[in-house]
Ligand binder design. Structure first.
Ligand code: XMP
Length: 506
């Protein structure tokens, strides 16, 4: 249960809405040091996070490359929806298959296939692996053919059965990744096919993947129960959304994000109910900014809620439409409403974060995770190429409600309820621009997570839940704000977690 946060309660009573730079966290007695705090949290009811960081469903932020790296670092990426259903589903599949804890549909060959035809198929399909289970007609497993068998084969007109190995190590259907790892280590086998009672192949483990999951990666990777990286994907409203959800579920997407600019609407709630009726998958719904909206979404079956109307770096919603609520107050109001329910619904604070210190602030206000756009947009793994301007390296970043994004994609228009609007009659709610190139995601997140850890250390809390419950605020004036930033000095050296006027961002 979150304690009442006096500054935010008073502001709420006065109808005063506060945001990140209006407040700072109070320090408190600490027992646990920053490097020992637990950063685990939840994005939705059934989907966990090892760090409370989620990437925005935007076409300049999250496609499969960033989603893979972010899940490896413990967070989750939301693949944007300005993609055809096929493209979005295949992006999800690329994330899910990146580790391949359990390969559920192994690519197989038949024993009477010619070696030459398998080799040319491998090349044309760009397979990165070299071992294939071998089936006889009728799909019974009869052998394995590996990279070595191909390498030492001098006559490509031979059949696979002439070069395959029939000394098979197999395990029964349902074998866990832990048992598979032990068995493969003991028997020194790189491939472990799983077979059912009829001897038919049902799945397969590859040692390289299993080892990666079981060793170095295990503590940081955010993986599902099959050992595959977690990923979310955004959908819109209506019939098209239902079709998208079906296709994404087929690819084992972990979370659906029902992604609109105003979620407290009949059409969004109807879509949510239809998705929940048809699928047993977690659905995070957004965006909202008031507690009453959170209550309606929870009652309609949301498994997570996304908060943020107008705080984003590329948003012009507040200027164009005159609506929205400064983010710290929006988070707190929704968190207080969500607490009334027995079912605990994770809240994601979406947009407006500019520095790592904003992460603990969002969490102490009641969020379970934060969604970032601009703070991730300039990374190596984000879509798009590096652009050179004014002697610096940049990457494109644009609002999904910008003219560029809406002209390109029906999904972006739909997010702002302008799906049927003619291209020259659009009313944009976002802008397009450049953000500084930031290098590799892992280096960038190291600083963000480091800032969060330090904040938790100062606040004297050992976990994300404790930060939500106990973290408390002071109100800051503009004098406090300017005191908070470096002052009375000409900064001569850049810092990896503080950007200055020298590099064009402040
Ligand atoms: P940041 O501040 O992290 O914000 O860059 C990312 C979030 O902003 C939202 N978003 C928009 N909001 N107009 C808006 O009003 C837009 O064009 C737009 N595009 C994205 C979105 O919630 C994202 O996660």
């Amino acid at each position: 249960m979150m304690k009442n946060k006096l500054v935010l309660e008073r502001a709420r009573e006065d109808g005063l809405a506060l945001t990140f730079d209006d407040v700072r966290l109070r320090t408190d007695y600490a027992v646990v040091m920053p490097d020992c705090v637990n950063l685990e949290s939840k994005f939705s009811r059934n989907v966990g996070l090892k760090i409370p960081i989620v990437s925005a469903a935007m076409d300049t932020v999250t496609e499969y490359k960033l989603a893979i790296e972010l899940a490896k670092l413990g967070g989750i990426g939301v693949i944007h929806r300005s993609l055809s259903i096929d493209d979005q589903a295949s992006q999800v599949a690329r994330v899910k298959h990146h580790l391949n804890g359990l390969i559920e549909k192994p690519i197989c060959v038949y024993q009477d296939d010619k070696v030459s035809s398998v080799l040319s198929r491998r090349e044309s399909k760009d397979y990165t692996f070299h071992s294939f289970p071998v089936l006889e007609r009728g799909d019974k497993l009869v052998g394995i053919v590996t990279g070595n068998d191909f390498e030492f084969c001098e006559d490509e007109s031979l059949s696979i059965k002439d070069i395959m190995s029939t000394q098979l190590l197999t395990a029964p259907e349902g074998t866990s990744i832990d048992d598979a790892f032990r068995l493969m280590c003991r028997e020194k086998k790189k491939i472990l096919p799983l077979i059912n009672n009829d001897g038919k192949l049902v799945a397969m483990y590859a040692f390289k993947d299993v080892k990666r999951i079981k060793t170095r990666s295990a503590e940081t990777y955010n993986v599902d129960t099959r050992g595959q990286l977690r990923v979310a994907a955004a959908v819109g409203i209506g019939e098209e959304a239902l079709e998208r959800v079906s296709r994404l579920s087929d690819k084992n997407v972990d979370v659906i994000v029902l992604d609109t600019a105003h979620a407290d609407t009949k059409i969004v709630i109807d879509t949510l109910k239809k998705i929940k009726k048809a699928h047993s998958i977690d659905v995070v719904v957004g965006n909202i900014s008031v507690g009453a909206s959170a209550e309606r979404l929870i009652e309609a079956g949301a498994d997570g809620i996304k908060i943020g109307q107008g705080p984003g770096s590329i948003c012009t919603t507040r200027v164009v439409a005159g609506i929205g609520r400064p983010q710290i107050s929006a988070i707190y109001d929704c968190a207080k409403s969500a607490e009334k329910y027995e079912r605990s619904i994770p809240l994601c604070a979406d947009g407006g974060l500019r520095n790592s210190g904003d992460i603990p602030l969002a969490i102490a206000a009641g969020a379970h995770s934060v969604m970032m756009g601009s703070m991730l947009a300039g990374t190596e793994e984000a879509p798009g190429k590096i652009v050179f301007a004014e002697g610096l390296q940049w990457k494109d970043y644009r609002g999904m409600g910008s003219i560029g994004a809406m002209e390109k994609s029906e999904a972006a228009r739909e997010r702002y309820f302008q799906k049927q609007t003619g291209k020259n009659q659009l009313v944009p709610e976002g802008i397009e621009g450049l953000v500084l190139y930031k290098g590799r995601l892992s280096d960038v997140l190291f600083q963000y997570v480091g800032g969060l850890r330090n904040g938790m250390g100062y606040a004297g809390v050992a976990s994300i839940e404790e930060l939500r419950e106990r973290g408390d605020f002071d109100r800051m004036t503009s004098a406090g704000f300017s005191e908070s930033h470096p002052h009375d000095i000409k900064i001569t050296k850049g810092s990896p977690n503080y950007r200055t006027e020298l590099d064009g961002t402040r």
